[in-house]
Write a protein that binds this ligand. Structure first.
Ligand code: PMP
Length: 356
């Protein structure tokens, strides 16, 4: 820390991203919930087609073409859509403008680790609501709360979901507060709350191109909600960095939307591989939280969570371990291709045998 950093930022406990090793090809990477499948053929074609030569020019700060396409895909109007540089960027804006000293926030105690960082960064009081014993969220805890509410659905790192009726009840009973549903993993089996945004002007849904659309490295997230909420987000984007979605990402995302069927099929494959992996792990004595995401949250009393993570890493398989004592016995495993999961399962079997 330099002696110039102003007081309010000195104590921030920053987010620790999952490892992104430089020698990536040597690893089976099941630690940051990326898609194991490449972007669709049209995305690759368009990136190689001369768009790069236009990098001399600024990109469209409104993401006009992309906004129209995405609005059509989701059955909303362009005025209901906001894009930013990854959904992390949108969550940051949300904490910046919808949470504060007079508008505290609430989110599940076990959830996406960035929420508490943003709460600290934007100096808002955060109520961290415990999960039920089975790691599910009790929607009733959020009804009539009178705080800004952020819920990941499916939740991370558990993969558990809330139903639409439950989300509707949360939105309905908090009419004077923004309710944010973070749907980073929705395409792997949860129901999207996007249709409810037409009925509730306080409901904001956030999604990403990082997971189901195989574009984590392109950094693209979007929000769908009432036009006034979208206008608020746009105001802040235009007060910080209007050109925050680069030209190549905009072009690639348009091509991805044109090939939606490719991504739906990848989602189906990942769900199938998830069920296969769960079955095999259960046979090995693992406890697995039922997941509707592209990851599973697993533990086995035969081996310490951190040890399993460490030994797998030595054997070039990366999974995600969290140090929070409440979940330290668990590991989060991203669902890869069937071949990657077989390699993972094999190695896990070897490690358990060595533990006996
Ligand atoms: N929300 C959740 C629940 C996540 O797990 C992640 C990914 N780490 C994000 C948001 C952010 O994703 P991105 O910024 O890549 O869109």
């Amino acid at each position: 820390m330099s002696r110039f950093l102003i007081d309010r930022y000195q104590d921030i406990e920053e987010y620790t991203p999952g490892e992104q090793p430089q020698n990536m090809d040597q690893f089976i990477k099941l630690n940051t919930n990326e898609s194991p499948y490449p972007p669709s053929p049209g995305v690759l074609a368009v990136l190689n087609s001369g768009e790069a030569a236009k990098l001399r020019l600024y990109c469209d700060p409104d993401c006009g073409v992309l906004t129209k396409k995405l609005a059509e895909l989701y059955g909303v109007k362009p005025e209901n859509v906001f894009f930013s540089n990854g959904s992390d960027d949108i969550l940051n804006f949300i904490f910046m403008i919808f949470c504060g000293e007079e508008t505290p926030v609430a989110f599940p105690a076990i959830s996406y680790g960035f929420y508490k960082v943003y709460a600290q960064l934007h100096r808002t009081d955060a109520l961290k609501i415990p999960l039920k014993e089975d790691f599910s969220i009790d929607y009733k805890d959020y009804c009539g709360l009178g705080r800004t509410i952020i819920i990941a659905n499916p939740n991370a790192p558990t993969g558990q979901t809330l139903g639409l009726a439950e989300i509707e009840e949360i939105a309905r009973t908090n009419p004077d507060n923004v309710v944010v549903i973070d749907e980073a993993y929705v395409d792997f089996g949860a129901e999207s709350a996007v249709p409810l945004t037409k009925k509730y002007d306080n409901l904001l849904v956030v999604q990403t191109f990082s997971k189901s659309r195989s574009m984590a490295g392109a950094r693209l997230g979007f929000a769908i909600g009432h036009k006034d909420l979208i206008a608020d987000l746009t105001k802040i984007k235009y007060s910080t960095n209007p050109y925050n979605i680069n030209r190549l990402t905009q072009t690639a995302a348009c091509a991805a939307i044109d090939e939606d069927a490719y991504y739906k099929e990848n989602g189906r494959k990942i769900r199938e591989t998830r069920e296969y992996t769960v079955k095999k792990l259960e046979e090995m004595g693992f406890e697995i939280i039922p997941s509707k995401a592209n990851f599973i949250f697993i533990k086995n009393d035969q081996i310490d969570g951190e040890k399993l993570y460490t030994v797998l890493k030595e054997r070039k398989i990366l999974i995600r371990h969290f140090t929070d004592p409440a979940i330290a016995q668990y590991n989060r495993v991203t669902i890869g291709t069937p071949e990657q999961m077989d390699a993972f399962l094999n190695e896990v079997k070897n490690i358990l045998r060595e533990e006996e």
